[in-house]
Design a protein around this ligand. Structure first.
Ligand SMILES: [Zn+2]
Length: 369
């Protein structure tokens, strides 16, 4: 499939040339919330001379929930306009994609944080009629990146983005497990693209801790590449494995209880530590299964959970489930059942198939609760 997304960094002159030329004489609806309004205002000031009409749809929220009200107000505000642009990260981007798809107009985002890998995704996570739903939507046409904004984002958001990227260690190993164990096909191009972006991002960690533009750009690129590699495959295999299944399982529980869901990348980060622990348990105990020799060679090349834990701590990402409001009962249930959230083979599926869940549970509880 062809992936036609304009990913554009702000130039030294403070503009996005391709996007600005596309907006010439067009009408534009801009969505923003309390946190992102200053960035929306700044961009609108520049676009006023280019667009023929701009409508700012403002939500006075600090933690915007993409619910019915937000979606309806956004659709109303963008009706009759040529383009809808979100100024924000997760939720607002999801709303803009949904609005664009509903109104059959293009959507885009001025990204305000390198916090998660969903910018490019064809799904919008919304909260409609009190339920979390994922709507099939068109990918954004434009992703605008201002490193001044992203580097100054709240630290936990950047830490979560880094957590999402370390998850690519285990998701790619899970994909290879699927290959060696079940003969599952690997899309080499998507695999290598994701692996390279992850490596470059992790290699620049010392700079990322200091939020240098270059390292933040590498993190943002890796997050966007996760989306592109998923689009290349037509599914989320290149960017989502057992660590994401743990995150999804926890998220469903938080939503069910009506509690604020911890950031996606933070849940993925702790899930990654668990998945690495599971791989090492299998290898250290020399557990036999189809493809185990090849898989154990891969496990040897994985960073240790401790090594990743230090990095997460240094960048300010929680590393224990209790830090994010997950108790012993929920963690035990997650280890036993998270493999059921997607029909996809991962180390969690393997552990379950081998009947080892009860054996690994005390180790996980002791180390990561
Ligand atoms: Zn993710």
């Amino acid at each position: 499939m062809s992936i036609n997304i304009n990913i554009e960094y702000k130039t030294a002159e403070g503009i996005y040339p391709k996007f600005f030329s596309k907006m010439q004489d067009k009408s534009l609806a801009v969505l923003c919330d309390f946190n992102t309004k200053p960035f929306a205002d700044e961009l609108i000031k520049k676009l006023e001379k280019i667009c023929n009409k701009i409508n700012l749809v403002y939500f006075d929220d600090r933690e915007l929930i993409p619910n019915d009200y937000v979606c309806e107000k956004s659709i109303e505000g963008a009706t009759g306009y040529d383009y809808v642009l979100a100024v924000g990260s997760g939720s607002l981007n999801d709303v803009a994609k949904y609005v664009g798809t509903t109104l059959k107009i293009e959507s885009g985002v001025l990204a305000t944080a390198a916090s998660m890998d969903g910018y490019v995704s064809k799904g919008s996570a919304l909260m409609l009629k009190g339920y979390k739903v994922t709507k099939d939507v068109n990918t954004p046409a434009d992703i605008l990146i201002d490193l001044d904004i992203i580097s100054a984002a709240p630290r936990l958001m950047t830490a979560a983005g880094f957590g999402d990227i370390i998850g690519k260690f285990t998701c790619l190993t899970d994909w290879q497990l699927g290959y060696y164990h079940n003969g599952e096909e690997i899309n080499k191009e998507a695999f290598e693209l994701m692996e390279k972006a992850r490596t470059e991002c992790v290699d620049s960690f010392d700079d990322l801790k200091r939020y240098t533009f270059d390292a933040v750009a590498k993190l943002m690129d890796a997050l966007l590449i996760a989306g592109l590699s998923m689009a290349m495959c037509g599914n989320s295999r290149p960017a989502s494995g057992s660590e994401h299944h743990i995150s999804h399982y926890l998220e469903m529980d938080f939503v069910r209880r009506g509690e604020v869901v911890p950031p996606h990348g933070v849940k993925v980060a702790i899930g990654t530590l668990v998945s690495i622990e599971l791989y090492n348990y299998l290898k250290d105990n020399n557990v036999q299964f189809k493809g185990c020799e090849e898989v154990y060679k891969l496990v040897e090349k994985l960073p240790s959970a401790l090594e990743l834990e230090y990095m997460l701590e240094e960048i300010g990402c929680p590393t224990r489930f209790s830090d994010i409001g997950v108790d012993k009962t929920l963690l035990a249930e997650t280890i036993a059942k998270a493999y059921t959230v997607r029909d996809r083979y991962t180390v969690l599926t393997l552990i379950n198939e081998l009947g080892l869940t009860d054996r690994v549970l005390p180790i996980i509880l002791e180390k990561y609760l």
